[in-house]
Design a protein around this ligand. Sequence first.
Ligand code: SAH
Length: 216
Amino acid sequence: MFEDNYRQRGLRNKLVRLLRQKGITDERVLSAIGKVPRHVFFENAFLEHAYQDKAFPIGEGQTISQPYTVAFQTEKLNVQPGNKVLEIGTGSGYQACILLELGAVVHTIEYNRKLYEKAKQMLPKMGYRPHFHYGDGSKGLPAFAPFDRILVTAGAPVVPDALTEQLADHGILVIPVGDREKQVMVRITKKGDELIREDFDYFSFVPLLGEKGWKK
Ligand code: SAH
């Protein structure tokens, strides 16, 4: 259905070297990025963009995140094999593939019907099988909680309480929080009744919509 030849593998290895230079150190994350064929998410005319370190439009006004951003968020999430992970913002499905490569059981939720349908069709053909959900992920996914890890791949105005509530003990939430243009990467670790917050670098995500997100 899709081709993954030596040229694409070569470009992927080059991307992995670049991410290493940019400060990504988790070998498991780098190896996952080395494995997932990102070019499959690109139309033929744009193939040369697939392994550049930049975000790219995937239709519906949305983007496939920049590889550095995917690597950064995934590194901070510290996924362990067998973890139950919720990803909010399926988008292209690329990030979900990375989480699956790390051995997680992945639930991914998307608010845009077309993108949900597209990812749901595409990923299994590539051999990736997350659980796909359609709906407003700003409220989490209570029916499947608790989660060991929650990853939000859209920019939120605040940390929704629903998400910290749906974290398992010792669970980790990674979420970009800020205004519509710029967000700080926040990591929240749950230890019993305590929530420990760490702030990292600034990023620029498309807005998280929905009840606990931005109004359109
Ligand atoms: N993780 C994606 C990148 C996502 S871009 C990838 O790997 O390609 C952010 C996505 O979040 C968009 O697809 C957008 O439609 C979706 N989104 C925005 N608000 C949402 C919400 N409340 N619930 C679920 N998805 C949402």
